[in-house]
Design a protein around this ligand. Structure first.
Ligand SMILES: [Zn+2]
Length: 148
């Protein structure tokens, strides 16, 4: 029997598609023929790996690990956003109090009042920008991850 035909038989053998006679033929041949025995070994290993993969459902596991890492990152992103919003509220509030005190103080020159207002506006804009960057970068990273 030629090796090519035997290869087909070995494949069927591993898939349990052979009858008694076919199985016996394959077993006898790989007993005698080192080339086909090697082929049989490789195919069997491949089948084994395939079977394990199907049993373990790695895609499900991989998905779980993946979604957990996304969740962690999202959690951290949300933490950052909350922290920034909290900081902004405190800044707005205390800033408002300070500004109110300054504006209502007639002894402070108008130019200093304007300077304080501008400075505060700058701080607020910077904070908003930082928050927006965090959100944007997180979203882009997640998108990249999905594309892989
Ligand atoms: Zn052979």
């Amino acid at each position: 029997m030629d090796h090519e035909r035997m290869n087909e038989l070995i494949s069927s053998y591993l898939d349990n598609e052979l009858d008694e006679e076919g199985r016996r033929q394959v077993e006898e041949h790989i007993e005698k023929c080192p080339e086909c025995r090697k082929e049989y070994g490789e195919m069997a290993r491949f089948e084994e790996v395939m079977r394990k993969m199907t049993l373990k459902q790695p895609s499900k596991e991989a998905w779980q690990v993946y979604s957990e890492s996304v969740y962690n990152r999202m959690e951290r992103g949300i933490g950052w956003i909350l922290l920034s919003i909290g900081a902004m509220i405190i800044l707005f509030f205390s800033g408002y109090q300070i500004v109110k005190g300054f504006i209502e103080d007639p002894t402070i020159p108008v130019i200093v009042k304007a300077g304080i207002l501008l400075g505060l506006a700058g701080v607020v804009i910077l904070l908003v920008s930082v928050v927006r960057e965090r959100v944007f970068v997180n979203r882009r990273e997640r998108y990249k991850e999905i594309q892989k």
